[in-house]
Design a protein around this ligand. Sequence first.
Ligand code: ADE
Length: 247
Amino acid sequence: MSLVFHILTLFPGMFESPFRWGILAKAIQEGKIRVETHDLREYGVGPHRATDDYPYGGGEGMVMKPDPLVAAIEEIRARGAKGPVILLTPQGEVFHQQMAKELASLSDLTLVCGRYEGVDERVRQGWVDQEVSIGDYILTGGELAAMVIVDAVARLVPGVLGNEDSALKDSFEGGLLKYPQYTRPAVFRGMRVPEVLLSGDHGAIARWRRRQALKRTLERRPDLLSKAELDSEDLRFLERLRSEAEG
Ligand code: ADE
């Protein structure tokens, strides 16, 4: 299993550092993922290699020209990349963990980083399979969004995380936020680690963690509960928390 990310950008230099550290650096070294940047300037038009132009109809800012984007996408395709072309834009579907999981099973992923006031609409119509936003705020371009997606997707590629089940215990896995974590010392500035975690009773620890995850999700992200995988014991516990909060 390996996944190649093809990134189309006017600023390939932005991608030099983020993947040189930690888990992703190791995954690249071991050939489990590859991150290839393609400089859109190289596909620019005319002596100045233009990649943007004024908007038809007038108005603010510049628009990314279709020709360099399509030339780059077609070259990547011609070299054998099969996966979808994703445009990073605040107008796209908001990125989430389930999307990351689906993308992690692919062999290639092409990420197009928009800049300025956006890309010519015809590129979206003819060459883009999916539009993705990383949240309801406006970045100066799609580059940081592409990095977020590479990071979230790469760690789910089989074999990238050392401990296979650490992805299974992530926040959002099963639809809940993660339980609180502690490490040594057992007492820090007078604050004790919850006794149950020192008990060695694995059943009790698992129950405590499950309940903490439920409590946290109810307090911070109640919107997640309607889609979470919950059993009857979870539902009873949530009911108790809710009635305690009311009482
Ligand atoms: N480009 C600008 N803002 C963005 C966002 N929030 N998500 C993805 N791409 C973007």
